[in-house]
Ligand binder design. Structure first.
Ligand code: NAP
Length: 313
């Protein structure tokens, strides 16, 4: 039987509706959540991402502002901007869009963000909160992965979870969230021996690798839940054929655009998995939804005592 498709667009819209409701209540109480986005220099992909984030804020009623220093901005100038945003009470979240221009000390800038406003959840203070199960800000994509499981009633506690990828922004926080949810977690990476065998143990398999369609049928236990975080552009015809031979819809869009977006999981996995996130339309839409949710959460954690309504989210 073909896998149940876990529709990320639908789950993201559920979260967005909830966030919009909370924003309305907070705004009525005079505490409208606010997000500041820092987009340094000119990077077309970053500009698209930031546009999406600002648009999302507008749609949900969150105040947002965009800071766009030029390519020539120095580390010190960015530190000054971040410190200014740290001081402003009406700014609850600060998002520094990466990559920063090459000459900028990225780590120094990210470390300067007040952990209470770190809506990306990358600051070591928030990493520490996550690993010690204290209230804090969790990275958006990993939080989205867990929301998909929870909202579609896929059990986590007691399950064998395998995460392929150990990056600070995806693999490690996903693994920590699953561990906090009482799964038995194995984290794999490029040096893992016999990766297919380890993956076949998984009731929940999370792929966060960055390799188009690497996870094939022989990595999957029958009926496993497979969460595909990967986002890879395929432009080569041979690679396209390996992944999508006979898929008329993909073929048409590949011809039109010269590329297609594919995850780390081969589409054939749908034949044996119990549930699967598609790419596009799986984990991707959750990332911005969780950023919005994190902005509200940051406002509540920081200004909670001043709020009329506090749902403890
Ligand atoms: P990353 O920093 O490059 O990390 C990739 C991880 O995969 C590393 O831990 C690496 O192992 C491991 N890996 C690479 N090749 C492997 C192999 N052959 N076998 C086993 N493990 C292997 O990537 P990332 O930032 O975590 O992103 C992962 C993917 O998620 C990318 O496709 C990215 O575009 C996507 N992503 C999507 C979203 C979204 O919103 N949907 C957000 C963020 C990222 P080592 O540590 O040993 O090198």
């Amino acid at each position: 039987m073909a896998a149940i498709i876990l529709d990320g667009v639908k789950i993201a819209s559920e979260i967005r509706a909830e966030v919009a409701g909370e924003v309305k209540i907070m705004t009525a109480a005079g505490l409208r959540p606010g997000l500041a986005v820092v987009l340094a220099g000119h990077n077309p992909a970053s500009e698209i991402y930031v546009r999406g984030k600002v648009k999302s804020c507008d749609e949900l009623g969150i105040y947002s502002e965009k800071h766009t220093p030029p390519d020539t901005v120095t580390t010190d100038e960015l530190l000054e901007l971040v410190n200014d945003l740290n001081r402003r009470d009406e700014i609850d979240g600060i998002l520094v869009q990466l990559p920063l221009p090459a000459h900028v000390d990225t780590k120094k800038v990210l470390m300067a963000v007040d952990p209470a406003k770190d809506v990306d959840g990358f600051h070591p203070v928030n990493v520490g909160f996550l690993s010690t199960q204290r209230p804090g800000l969790v990275p958006c994509t990993p939080a989205g992965v867990v929301e998909i499981l929870k909202r579609r009633n896929i059990p986590i506690a007691g399950q064998e979870a395998v995460v392929v990828g150990r990056s600070d922004i995806v693999g490690k926080p996903v693994a920590m969230l699953l561990l906090n949810g009482n799964a038995t977690v194995t984290v794999c990476h490029s040096k893992t021996r016999d990766l297919p065998a380890v993956c076949r143990r998984a009731d929940i398999l999370v792929a966060a690798i960055g390799r188009a369609g690497m996870i094939t049928l022989d990595y999957i236990k029958l009926d496993a839940t497979v969460i595909d975080v990967g986002m890879n552009q395929v432009t080569e015809r041979a690679e396209f054929e390996r992944l999508f031979a006979g898929n008329a819809k993909r073929e048409e869009s590949f011809r039109r655009k010269g590329s297609t977006l594919v995850g780390d999981v081969h589409p054939e996995v749908a034949q044996v998995a119990g549930a699967l996130t598609p790419v596009p339309g799986g984990v991707g839409p959750l990332t911005i939804a969780m950023l919005m949710s994190n902005t509200v959460k940051a406002a509540k954690l920081r200004r909670g005592s001043r709020m009329v309504e506090f749902s403890g989210r």
